[in-house]
Write a protein that binds this ligand. Structure first.
Ligand SMILES: C[S@@+](CC[C@H](N)C(=O)[O-])C[C@H]1O[C@@H](n2cnc3c(N)ncnc32)[C@H](O)[C@@H]1O
Length: 180
């Protein structure tokens, strides 16, 4: 997963950034030459994220915005991050969101989604109930079949060591046109 991590000088978007914990981390990684955006549907989350960034002296462009209608130009970003937000979305918004992410990624740009994974077995269901998501049907493991038709490639997926959490990493193909 290290390979997905933002590199110095890159342009990064954290979608559903909440209070900006991951966004701030990305900001530190891209350095002075990089640019980091965080968007969230909730104005309250964005207000907190801005206040925390100001406290820490971090230059992040936080905006109220929706994953399904990204206010960024085509092919303008190197990395899109999403941490535990996709499971909040119904199927149609997941598809729209992925299409929007594909549109704004540069060719070769990466998407990293970390999110809840469909529970397996009794212990898995207990864990998911503990995470207050007992009804989760499709988790992060279902994203690759939505990503491939859009033109994402080199898709990797796996589970994190702790809890019912998984990740999916994909790259916008170098040559593919925007297909949505
Ligand atoms: C569980 S929080 C995760 C926040 C953050 N990524 C983190 O790791 O702390 C999920 C966030 O997704 C945001 N969200 C939900 N639907 C959204 C949408 N359609 N577009 C953008 N953000 C959305 C919520 O407002 C919430 O802040």
């Amino acid at each position: 997963m290290q390979r997905a991590g933002p590199q110095p000088g890159e342009r990064v978007l954290d979608v559903g950034c909440g209070t900006g914990r991951l966004t701030h981390l990305a900001r530190r990684r891209v350095g002075e030459a990089g640019v980091v955006y965080g968007i969230d549907a909730s104005p309250k989350m964005i207000a907190v994220a801005r206040a925390k960034a100001a406290q820490e002296g971090l230059a992040v462009d936080f905006r109220v915005g929706l994953i399904e209608a990204l206010d960024f130009p085509d092919q303008s970003l190197d990395v899109v991050l999403s941490n535990v937000m996709f499971h909040h979305l119904p199927d149609d918004l997941q598809e729209q969101g992925l299409a929007e992410i594909f549109r704004v990624l540069k060719p070769g740009g990466r998407l990293l989604v970390v999110d809840l994974q469909r529970p397996m077995g009794f212990i898995g269901h207990v864990q998911m109930t503990l995470f207050a998501h007992g009804a989760l049907i499709n988790g992060v493991e279902a994203l690759p079949r939505r990503m491939r038709p859009l033109g994402f490639e080199a898709i990797e997926q796996g589970r994190l060591a702790v809890g019912p959490i998984g990740y999916v990493l994909g790259r916008r193909a170098l040559t593919a046109e925007h297909r949505s």
